[in-house]
Design a protein around this ligand. Sequence first.
Ligand SMILES: Cc1ncc(COP(=O)(O)O)c(C=O)c1O
Length: 374
Amino acid sequence: MNQHETHGGQVYQLAKQLDRPVDALIDFSASLNPLGPPDSVVRAMHDAVIGCRYYPDPYSGDLRACLAQEHGIAEESILVGNGSAELIRILPKALALRHALIVGPTFSEFENSLRLAGARCTFVHAVSTQRYASSLERFSEIFEEWRFASKKKGRKDVAKNNAVFVCNPNSPTGRRISLRDLRQMMRQVERVGCWMVVDEAFIDWCPSHSLIKDISKYSRLLVLRSFTKFFAIPGIRLGYVVGEPEIIESIRKHLPPWSVNHVAQAAGVAALADSRFRQRSQRFMQQECPHFIVQLRTVPGLRVIPSKANFVMVEVSDGLRTKHIVARLQEQGMSVRDCQSFSGVTRPALRIAVRLARENHRLVKGLTKILQES
Ligand SMILES: Cc1ncc(COP(=O)(O)O)c(C=O)c1O
């Protein structure tokens, strides 16, 4: 399997395979806000297209100013990238990482990027029997091992090329680590002297749990954010990383020049200004996600993992093949994410985005039929 095949949202390939137009598919595999993209963002992108005759602002100045205001932080603490995936890709090299602890099962690009940079990966996987809730004890043990290694070598900085990668709320599990637990981890990280990278691609669904507000307190913290999911603009590619200005400047040197195009920058500025869309989306998801979960619980042979994001992981009874379910749903024009490729997912499972009520209903009906016939 190549790297691209391990992600959701493969709509162009699927449309070709089914000989249908892309917009005839219902994509539950990519976890995008079904209310988006907001009209305000689409308008801003249209208006910005004429700017293609100039190089884009290499510093994304207007967007960074808006982000600084949004988060109450300095512009120098923010680096914008061509999707947060681009930033994930350059981080291991920019931080000269040699060893990383990945809190799994999670987004595969952490491991891909770390390995490409020659770093070693150690996984701490949450387990199915605990419904994929993360255990803090295991992290503490590993931090202690790193601290012990530093002491043994008589050096404080042994762990300076180590990092912890956490996604919160996590994909594909939908589980969230509490702010209290994350801060506890962060204190340990500071004692050990390693980095902590927190991917908040899905935090817009529970913004009060973001660690960005702590950025000035912790020198070894980096927080990644994405416009992709909440504003439903995966084709635009826009994300950012927040950290101490000095480290942000050294990460910036690893980006190609003009990596964020002019239309994407305009989309980001418009997205941040659209508070009505943001509130409407949050209200919608607070209602629709629990409603969808109730419906999924009625499907025979599924076990629903509780979710704090805009998608739900469901485990499928042993003996049922996720590949078969995915293929049958695709025949009906619906795409879901098979979790088989996630390292640490030990039981057959699917990740399903929460979409509009009528689409969710159609999926539940389709799934029920497939599972009853299996
Ligand atoms: C957890 C997580 N982080 C980051 C990304 C990358 O998002 P983007 O590059 O579109 O900002 C994804 C995309 O699927 C993701 O699932």
